[in-house]
Design a protein around this ligand. Structure first.
Ligand code: FES
Length: 227
C-alpha cells in the first residue's frame, strides 16, 4: 500500500513515490539519483537543469527548471542537461556587428517560422520569437536587450521545429553588442587608467596586511555612492 503522503512521479520511465513539497531536482535525489550533470547552481540561474514533462494522460508537454519546479502527481519527467545545438567557433575580435555576420555564422537564422514555440518553451518567460525577429532584421542591440535574462538552458532550441539555435544566436548578439555597440563608459576608462598608473597600489597593499575584523569594519562603513 502506497504512503498517502507521497505522490507518484516517473523518472526515466520508472515510478517513484516522493514528498509533494520537493522540487524535481530534490525528488530525483530523494529517489536515489546522484546529480553529477544537469545540476549546477540550484537557484534558477545556470540553466543546467532543463526539464520536459507531461502530467498523467494530458497530451501537453510542459517545460521547467528542475531546481525551480515543484513536483506534481503523475509527472513524467525527461531531463535535458545538454542539447546537441550547433555552436560555431569564432573569435569575437575578428567579427563585425552586422546581419551579414550573424548569417555567416548562423545561415539557418532566416529559416525561423515565427511560430512562437520557442517563446512557449522559455522558463525565463523571454519572448524568444521577438528577439529572433530582431536578429533577422540585424538589430543586434535589440537581441542583446531582449535576451538579457537568457540562462542558456537550450529548451527553445530543443522545441524549435525549424532547428534554430536561438540561445547561441542570442549570446553572439550580446557579445557583439558588448564588444562593438554599447556606449563606452568614460568613468570606467578613467578608472582603468588610474589603476594602471598605480594609484591604488599602496592602499591595496595596506588592505592585504589588515586583520579581517578591521577589513570588515571598513567595508561596512564604506561610502556606497561616493560623490
Ligand atoms: S541547477 Fe542551475 S538553473 Fe537549475
Amino acid at each position: 500500500m502506497d504512503n498517502p503522503e507521497l505522490i507518484p512521479i516517473y523518472i526515466m520511465g520508472k515510478r517513484y513515490l516522493v514528498p509533494p513539497s520537493l522540487t524535481i531536482q530534490k525528488a530525483m535525489e530523494y529517489g536515489g539519483y546522484t546529480l553529477v550533470r544537469g545540476c549546477g547552481c540550484r537557484g534558477g540561474f545556470c540553466g543546467a537543469c532543463a526539464t520536459v514533462y507531461r502530467l498523467g494522460s494530458d497530451y501537453k508537454l510542459r517545460i521547467g527548471l528542475a531546481c525551480q519546479t515543484v513536483v506534481e502527481p503523475e509527472m513524467y519527467l525527461a531531463q535535458i542537461p545538454s542539447f546537441p545545438a550547433r555552436r560555431p567557433q569564432y573569435r569575437l575580435e575578428e567579427l563585425k556587428p552586422t546581419l551579414g555576420q550573424l548569417l555567416a555564422l548562423y545561415p539557418e537564422l532566416m529559416r525561423c517560422l515565427s511560430c512562437g514555440t520557442c517563446t512557449k518553451a522559455c522558463p525565463q518567460n523571454l519572448d524568444v520569437r521577438d528577439y529572433m525577429a530582431a536578429a533577422m532584421r540585424g538589430d543586434i542591440g535589440a537581441v542583446a536587450d531582449k535576451s538579457f535574462d537568457c540562462i542558456m538552458c537550450g529548451l527553445c532550441t530543443a522545441r524549435c521545429p525549424a532547428e534554430e539555435v536561438q540561445y547561441n544566436i542570442a549570446i553572439l548578439c550580446r557579445r557583439l553588442y558588448g564588444r562593438y555597440l554599447a556606449p563606452r563608459s568614460q568613468h570606467l576608462i578613467e578608472r582603468v587608467a588610474e589603476v594602471e598608473a598605480g594609484q591604488y597600489d599602496q592602499a591595496l597593499a595596506a588592505m592585504k596586511q589588515m586583520p579581517v575584523e578591521e577589513l570588515r569594519r571598513q567595508y561596512n562603513a564604506r561610502d556606497i555612492e561616493p560623490e
